[in-house]
Design a protein around this ligand. Sequence first.
Ligand code: SF4
Ligand code: SF4
Length: 412
Amino acid sequence: MFSRPAAGLEDTPRGSAAQALLRNCVHCGFCLPACPTYRVTGNELDSPRGRIYLIKQMVEGAPATATTREHLDRCLTCRACERACPSGVEYGRLIDLGRELVEERVPRTLPQRALRRSFVELLSRPRLFAAALRAGQAMRGWLPATVQARIPPRPSPAAIGTASHHARRVVLLEGCVQPGLAPGINAAAARVLDRIGIGVERVAGEQCCGALGHHLGHTGRALEQARRNVDACCAALDAGAEAVVSSASACGLMVKDYGRLLAEDAAYADRARRVSGATRDLAEIIDPADLSRAGLAPGTGLRVAWQAPCTLQHGQQLGGRVEALLQAAGFGLEPTREATLCCGSAGTYSILQPGLSGELRRRKVAALTVGSPQAIATANIGCLEHLRGTSPVPVRHWIELVAEALERQPAA
Ligand code: SF4
Ligand code: SF4
């Protein structure tokens, strides 16, 4: 797709990037059936190809409107379209660029800006978020049913501890909402890693990975959080940690992208690339053979349905890894439908686009329970909490299931 950046964008890094990204799209439309929003609305402007046209028009200087912004807002950034595209269009980078342009040209109202800012401030501060969550849990009975449905039950306290006696050590990222919503996930990860001979450590000064701010158009704030994490993780890597590990696939994807996001920052580019190169999803650190050596055997556990978060299967392209680990840990995998479609969680999308998000969740829960599983397993806290809202069976992080299976085994 040929484009000519308008005055003000031509001969700028952003204009050149837009031109290069747009060039690969050949308008074929193969991406349309892969797009969850297009599948729901049937509107071309809610498809990848339609949004690419809207971005091209903005790049070329055509006026952007609130309608342009609405169609870009409806994108989940799930990147299912990238996997379906035969021309290798990097849609994720294009939508980031499109959102930057639309935020500049179609300013939101003051209440809209305040709401989005409050999400970034509240959700990216673990202590503030945990305090707000505790208050909501305490007042649950007095809140409207729609609000109650969004507040998960209070989890059991869990500490990840340390296992400094192991020669192998990794940084285990805490994340920002996960410690408040489900502290048991990282506690389970630490126990499993300890069992296979890997110690975990937290890094002082860890911030939100920045994904929340990045997708809400608060790019400066997101990059500042990325720089703080690069500082913290480089110090841990210098001290001998072999990897930076995330148990939330959305956060892991963001940290893996720091090298690209900070490429123009001379003070951080090299170290950001180093941190991105050392970052692993939890499923990349554990091997099915580790679980076999610990005494686990296939076919002995619950029947589960696997929900692959978009950030794991499309973003990090790690499809198949968790499935192999679950099977090695004894779990039976039930058949599901529409495995590549987003569940509708997508960070704050479920709050900002409740209609589309709710419909996608309804479809996803139906697709996941078609084989009557005993539980649903996933790899990202956002998907877990979103699906938990209407799932008829428990929704768990896969590492919690593996930890429980291991704990039923005598130590090797
Ligand atoms: S599949 Fe790729 S090349 Fe075809 S319309 Fe979609 S983004 Fe463009
Ligand atoms: S990222 Fe997801 S929602 Fe957005 S256009 Fe691509 S497939 Fe559709």
